[in-house]
Ligand binder design. Structure first.
Ligand SMILES: Cc1cc2nc3c(=O)[nH]c(=O)nc-3n(C[C@H](O)[C@H](O)[C@H](O)COP(=O)(O)O)c2cc1C
Length: 222
């Protein structure tokens, strides 16, 4: 009789251990699959930030000098600062227009050259290859205002780039001219594109402009 009781208790213990073990395994497996699901969601969220619902896939194109107007070297050019704020907010791709023949370090020499380029309706060469814009729905085009307009090297980019059917948005940094003539230039260059309201940031305010940039982008649906 005693042997039977011991056998019965042992059987119950074995069954209990099996039940507890199964539950622990199940809980672990379910928590692992939740973690895996979370990781997938994270990747998708990351992807969907670069393809904005309203504005689609976005590219930021900009030109910027690091030799300030007073001759002092800037670590990061004013327009690049703003371009990077836009990138931070939108998660968009960036492309920097660089001159095949860099502009002079001196402000005066650059000012003279820029004025001559404008008078000659020149198209200064761009270094390297241009981006493939076919995969983008929206393109920001940013630059310092030079003599009231986009620098002519930006016009080189514009002439070489078909943005028909896409949305184009200007932004500038400046010393008082705001957007200058850039918005009108885009409308003229791209009659088959939708040109939306741009943003002009005073160059010396560029480093403190993140909030202004964010507010503008929010209005644009980013
Ligand atoms: C050649 C040249 C022409 C400029 N013309 C103007 C102008 O017409 N209006 C204006 O407000 N600022 C003008 N500026 C000032 C720049 O737009 C301003 O300093 C800008 O923030 C520089 O941007 P960056 O650091 O990205 O090059 C000019 C600067 C240069 C070098």
């Amino acid at each position: 009789m005693r042997k039977r009781i011991i056998a019965f208790i042992s059987a119950i213990v074995v069954i209990l251990v099996a039940i507890v073990g199964y539950n622990v395994y199940n809980r672990q497996a379910s928590s692992e699959s939740t973690t895996a699901n979370k990781q997938v969601t994270k990747q998708v969220t990351k992807k969907s930030t670069t393809t904005n619902k309203k504005n689609g896939k976005t590219l930021i194109v900009y030109f910027s000098r690091t030799d300030g107007v007073s001759g002092g070297h800037l670590k990061v050019g004013h327009t690049k600062v703003v371009a990077d704020f836009i990138q931070k907010h939108t998660g968009a791709d960036e492309y920097e227009i660089q001159a095949a023949k860099p502009y002079p370090k001196s402000y005066q020499a650059t000012a003279d050259q820029a004025q001559k380029e404008q008078q000659d309706n020149a198209r200064p060469k761009i270094k390297g290859t241009l981006p493939d814009v076919s995969k983008y729905d929206t393109v920001f085009i940013g630059a310092p205002v030079w003599w009231g307009e986009y620098p002519m090297i930006v016009r080189t980019f514009m002439d070489a780039t078909n943005l028909d059917g896409k949305t184009v948005i200007p932004f500038t940094t400046h010393m008082g001219s705001g957007l200058g003539n850039t918005q009108e230039q885009l409308k003229e260059q791209y009659p088959k594109s939708k040109v939306r309201d741009g943003l002009g940031v005073e160059g010396t305010d560029a480093n403190n402009s993140q909030k202004t940039v964010d507010n503008w982008l929010n209005k644009l649906g980013y």
